[in-house]
Design a protein around this ligand. Structure first.
Ligand code: PNW
Length: 498
């Protein structure tokens, strides 16, 4: 057939991975079942005002009991890989002692995936620290990094015969700065010094865990997932805004990329945080562990931001952030500092369309990000990149017949996949894409109020309904291409396989 008007088909390289992602606390539920211990998110959810509506992950999507159904969904969608995280507190309820029943759950999940032809992509840490380890100091304490390495070893001993891709941490920026500096995520501390200490000990934990995994398994693909922004000065002619963009890029991106890929914290940021004691935590040999070679870099991208040294008129410090801080700033606990331990950095609206999170939709930022990572970090080290999260929250339209229309999500995914494709055309070594998320789920401080799924979850009945975006994604995965014909909000829902 003749190509339709509009954007051309974007065909992905042979063997490109099509996946979907979730995280343990956001989907599993069964918080008190099978010997699981409490994590910092169980505790945080009970702090009045911390989480929208007082929601928690006690039941979530009940994936612990419904994993067979969810794996069947993945198979019907035709994806190759499932990115999930394991709950440290399920496997080691006090952070130290192994709980067989917890390991058995992940073993069943992995077997079910493999039996369905879906590769498990395992993340060891997606924010749910065992509460016992928070009680002994949490990530600002060096000991937590050694406990994390022990946990990695336990997981590999149990699943290493079947799981071939392992990532250590998901988004340490969020753990450190949303959890320990802004206080909008668990454990809710508000300390710039704790945030900086947490950065180093999270990265040290990554390095130590990497060593344990590598020692056991020379063949596996090992890596880490980071979340990135693309920071532009709001007014490029204003040196104060240029400095704000430097800080935003420095704390979000370079503070993690530079130690991992270059074995050193960025010099400008080291100066900026000198008064917060970063150097006191860094011991001889730490940066060698942190910069040990990885095979894969997980790239999470939702949006970039224009930042300024001056706040938008009428928008107080710390609000209008790309992290949902605005939406959770009503409670008593929530009068927060911004996540950067050093400022001023104020995100400023560019008037772009926004998602239900208030995040600006900026697909070209993803192309620029991947180009930069290829040129400056992953490329020179021969590290393959995977987009491990990308997606959007939008309110669904549930039709009278129960079907779910989500044209905005299709448009978002279509535009971002084209942005990935453009980066690949330009030489970026991107090997796969995981949509966030397979399911609507517990969106952290925003509870169940935001829906990211390509599959809708009815939280009353736990019924799953594949949304129009899910059917669209299945077609894309099957074709290995974003097609001109079914692009954009006017997409016609079709069966999962054609
Ligand atoms: C990621 N930011 O969180 C997480 O990995 C997911 O668990 C989460 O559900 C998803 O994105 C959607 O929020 C982020 O402030 C939280 O830039 C905050 C930011 C980025 C990602």
């Amino acid at each position: 057939p003749l190509p339709a008007a509009g954007p051309a088909a974007a065909r992905f390289p042979e063997g490109f991975t099509w996946g979907a992602a979730t995280a343990a606390y956001q989907v599993e539920g069964a918080a008190a079942i099978g010997g699981r211990g409490p994590s910092i998110w169980d505790t945080f959810c009970r702090v009045p005002g911390a989480v929208h509506g007082g929601h928690d992950g006690a039941v979530a999507c009940d994936q612990y009991h419904r994993y067979r159904e969810d794996v069947a969904l993945l198979r019907d969608l035709g994806v190759d890989s499932y990115r999930f995280s394991t709950s440290w507190a399920r496997v080691m309820p006090d952070g130290r002692t192994v709980n067989r029943a917890g390991l058995d759950y992940y073993s069943r999940l992995v077997d079910e995936l493999l039996a369905s032809g879906i590769a498990p992509w395992l993340t060891l840490y997606h924010w749910d620290l065992p509460q016992a380890l928070e009680d002994s100091g949490g990530w600002p304490a060096r000991d937590t990094a050694y406990r994390f390495a022990e946990y990695a070893a336990v997981m590999h001993d149990a699943l290493g015969d079947r799981v071939r891709t392992w990532t250590t941490l998901n988004e340490p920026w969020c753990s450190a700065f949303l959890g320990y500096t802004a206080g909008v995520h668990a454990p809710g501390r508000q300390s710039p010094a704790d945030g900086v200490a947490a950065v180093h000990h999270l990265l040290l934990g990554h390095g130590l865990a990497l060593g344990e995994l590598r020692r056991r398994d020379a063949e596996a693909s090992l890596g880490i997932t980071l979340n990135f922004t693309v920071a532009d000065p709001f007014d490029p002619s204003d040196p104060a805004d240029v400095n704000a963009a430097r800080l935003e890029d420095g704390f979000f991106n370079r503070m993690f990329l530079d130690p991992i890929f270059c074995g050193a914290y960025p010099a400008d940021i080291v100066d900026d945080v000198a008064h917060l004691g970063l150097a006191d935590h860094v011991q001889d040999g730490d940066l060698d562990l942190i910069s040990a070679p990885i095979d894969v870099l997980g790239v999470n991208y939702y949006n970039g931001a224009a930042v300024s040294a001056r706040p938008e008129q009428g928008v107080p410090q710390g609000q209008n952030r790309p992290d949902g801080v605005r939406s959770v700033s009503e409670g008593p606990h929530r009068e927060v500092s911004p996540p950067q331990p050093v400022g001023p950095v104020h995100p400023r609206s560019r008037g772009l369309p926004t998602t239900d999170m208030g995040w600006e939709v900026q697909p070209e930022g993803l192309t620029r990000l991947l180009q930069r990572l290829q040129a400056d970090y992953a490329g020179p080290r021969g590290v393959a990149m995977y987009v491990t999260e990308n997606g959007a929250a939008y309110p669904d339209v549930v039709e009278p017949d129960g079907s779910v229309d989500d044209p905005d999500r299709i448009a978002y995914l279509d535009a971002h996949l084209r942005a990935v494709h453009a980066a690949i055309e330009d030489g970026a070594d991107v090997r796969g894409y995981f949509v966030w998320s397979l399911l609507d789920n517990f969106e952290w401080a925003l509870g169940y109020s935001k829906r990211f799924g390509i599959v809708r979850v009815d939280y009353e009945t736990q019924r799953r309904t594949v949304k129009a975006s899910g059917r669209w994604y299945a077609q894309v995965a099957a074709a290995n291409a974003v097609d001109a014909v079914d692009a954009g909000p006017a997409a016609t829902p079709a069966g999962p396989r054609e």
